[in-house]
Design a protein around this ligand. Structure first.
Ligand code: KIV
Ligand code: NA
Length: 277
């Protein structure tokens, strides 16, 4: 299948075709997600919470992200692979932002990167896109700064913050961002931003008015059950399935039901008597 490119996503918005995006963190899941036809695979820094066991995304490092991005890239044949830039990998200086983004492209083979925030981040995005790096923006609830800015709740609820979000979205587009994730914002606000922008919006907890949708794959298949954001739709319940399967395995091994003849290399080797001797 032909690879999904950054211009393809713009064409999808222009033609009114919705963009599908999911996270993945390793080769195995990336392969399944890609084979199921997702357009964009995000190696999210949600890695920290659903795979590495941190209780926030902020501890995630560039090295951790690259390690997983490389594995994901090996599993994806069709989708656009986007590397999520971790906390403090793009805030220190725009030079450092370009260097770190370049690692996602050159070392991990990603097709683009994503950064969180408007305001001061806009100039960094301009610098990155001028260097030829495809950048996806992310506004609304931005988990890397959520603790410092009011926690995990809906953003853009009052006029002032809605105005700021609309302005940040326009600024990111002008700075060269090729798409914009809108996380946890009122559906009406996400729809307005989507209508105003030329570039596609990808919603998560942002209603049906966006040009596309993203979720964390572990949430979608029910693998992550520490908590469930209200905007997540579960399409499978793998955590209980895995627990039950492993429980049966443990019982079978303990009680001698597994391994059995059917799962063993049976037969009497001709040298067995010699070996015993
Ligand atoms: O890290 C992540 O998974 C994300 C998406 C949920 C947008 O940033
Ligand atoms: Na993220």
């Amino acid at each position: 299948p032909a690879r999904v490119t950054v211009p393809d996503l713009q064409q999808m918005k222009d033609e009114g075709r919705r963009i599908t995006m999911l996270t993945a963190y390793d080769w195995g899941m990336a392969r399944l997600v890609d084979e199921a036809g997702v357009d964009v695979v995000l190696v999210g820094d949600s890695l920290g919470m659903v795979v590495l066991g941190y209780d926030a995304t902020t501890p995630v490092t560039m090295d951790e992200m690259l390690h997983h991005a490389k594995a994901v890239r090996r599993g994806v044949r069709r989708a656009l692979v986007v590397g999520d830039m971790p906390f403090l990998s793009y805030q220190v200086s725009r030079e450092e932002a370009v260097r770190n983004a370049g690692r996602f492209l050159k070392e991990a083979g990603c097709g683009a990167v994503k950064v969180e925030g408007g305001g001061a981040v806009v100039e960094t995005v301009r610098f990155m896109t001028a260097a030829g790096i495809p950048v996806m923006g992310h506004l609304g609830l931005t988990p890397q700064t959520a603790a410092a800015t009011g926690g995990f709740r809906v953003r853009g609820r009052d006029l002032a913050s809605a105005r700021r979000l609309v302005a940040d979205a326009a600024d990111l587009e002008a700075a060269g961002a090729f798409a914009l994730v809108l996380e946890c914002v009122p559906a009406a606000l996400a729809r307005l931003v989507t209508e105003r922008l030329r570039i596609p919006t990808i919603g998560i907890g942002a209603g049906p008015g966006c040009d596309g949708q993203v979720l964390v794959v572990n949430d979608v298949v029910g693998l992550f059950d520490r908590f469930r954001p209200s905007f997540v739709k579960r399409y499978a319940e793998l955590a209980p399935t895995v627990r039950a399967a492993v429980g049966e395995y443990v019982a079978d091994v303990r009680e001698g039901r597994f391994p059995d003849e059917a799962h063993s290399f049976t037969g009497e080797p001709p040298w067995l008597a010699d070996l015993r001797a």
